[in-house]
Design a protein around this ligand. Structure first.
Ligand code: ATP
Ligand code: MG
Length: 285
């Protein structure tokens, strides 16, 4: 029987969230520190633990069937991979930064300058697209110290909070790419592996949807029910059940995290009481 081989980062920013996602899909495994592979016990899946930079190549070559890796690595490596799902975690951006003292007005100010980066391919395409000629200096780590030690005039690196740039007296001046973790697949999966991937995707999507929603329960006076139903979406519409106390009902609903605080404020204004909010484990179809 076929087993789907999933490449995940061995150690680093993507590792924990990748494994947590698979666990939340009800898939059990034992990832020991020194092991490079691990089988899942209750799903036809095998983990390969790799450096994140290597994941696009392994998926492309078919050594692994699918992989979880940042968009930044997918774009930099440039292989024609299928992006199966945007997993949304590990958000960051690839940006150009210059010393805080650099009087930067626009991309043209980088003409003839040197830029240190671990993403030469993405940077080269970006500079070409904007008709700027600069010298790309490829380094694999500690890119942010390059200007301070006199190696380059600027850098192009991943940023999330921006605190590393600040610590190194750099300012972010251009954003080239927004990245999050992606589930990628090779283009030549067998039919059997496709079927396993489809099953995995049903689970991943159920977990992803659940993360974005909250389950709300509340009590409301019957006189306000119509107003409350108008603001509560629910899966179809909210569930309403009469309470033992006359004139009151209990409502249950599912609310998207983006609307959540807004809705709770309105509920409060409409006289709702005992508002309970609970996380949802999975939302199936
Ligand atoms: P590896 O040893 O696997 O090559 P790494 O040092 O290249 O590890 P990490 O620092 O663990 O990689 O980052 C992995 C991924 O996390 C990045 O490729 C990117 O997609 C994402 N990421 C999110 N925020 C940041 C950030 N502030 N800096 C770097 N990467 C980030
Ligand atoms: Mg890496």
């Amino acid at each position: 029987m076929s087993v789907l081989r999933l490449a995940v980062q061995k150690k680093g920013r993507l590792c924990e969230a990748s494994l947590d996602l698979i666990k939340a899909c009800g898939i059990d495994f034992n990832a020991r520190a020194q092991q490079l592979t691990a089988p899942a016990y209750n799903f036809p899946l095998e983990f390969f633990f790799l450096r994140d930079d290597d994941i696009p190549g392994y998926v492309h070559d078919g050594v692994a069937d699918i992989g979880i890796v940042g968009r930044n690595e997918v774009e930099e490596k440039g292989y024609p991979l299928r992006i199966v799902e945007n997993l949304g975690f590990a958000p960051c951006r690839l940006s150009i930064a210059v010393p805080a003292t650099f009087d930067y007005r626009g991309l043209k100010d980088l003409e003839g300058k040197t830029i240190a980066t671990s993403y030469p391919r993405i940077l080269k395409d970006y500079l070409e697209e904007h008709a700027v000629e600069a010298d790309i200096h490829e380094i694999s780590g500690s890119v942010e110290i390059a200007p301070a030690i006199g190696l380059t005039d600027a850098i192009c690196d991943l940023v999330s909070s921006g605190s590393t740039l600040l610590h190194n007296n750099l300012k972010e001046v251009e954003t080239i790419l927004h990245s999050t973790a992606l589930l990628t697949a090779g283009e030549n999966l067998t039919e059997e592996k496709h079927a396993i991937l489809d099953k995995l995707l049903v689970r991943i999507r159920a977990v992803q949807r659940a993360k974005k929603h909250k389950y709300i329960l509340l009590n409301a006076p019957d006189s306000k029910l119509a107003d409350i139903v108008r603001i509560l979406p629910g899966m179809k519409s909210p569930t309403i059940m009469p309470l033992a106390e006359k004139g009151w009902s209990s409502l249950h609903s599912v609310v998207h995290e983006d609307d959540f605080w807004n809705i709770v404020e309105q509920l409060d204004q409409l006289g709702a009481q005992g508002i309970l909010v609970t996380p949802i484990e999975k939302i199936m179809y």
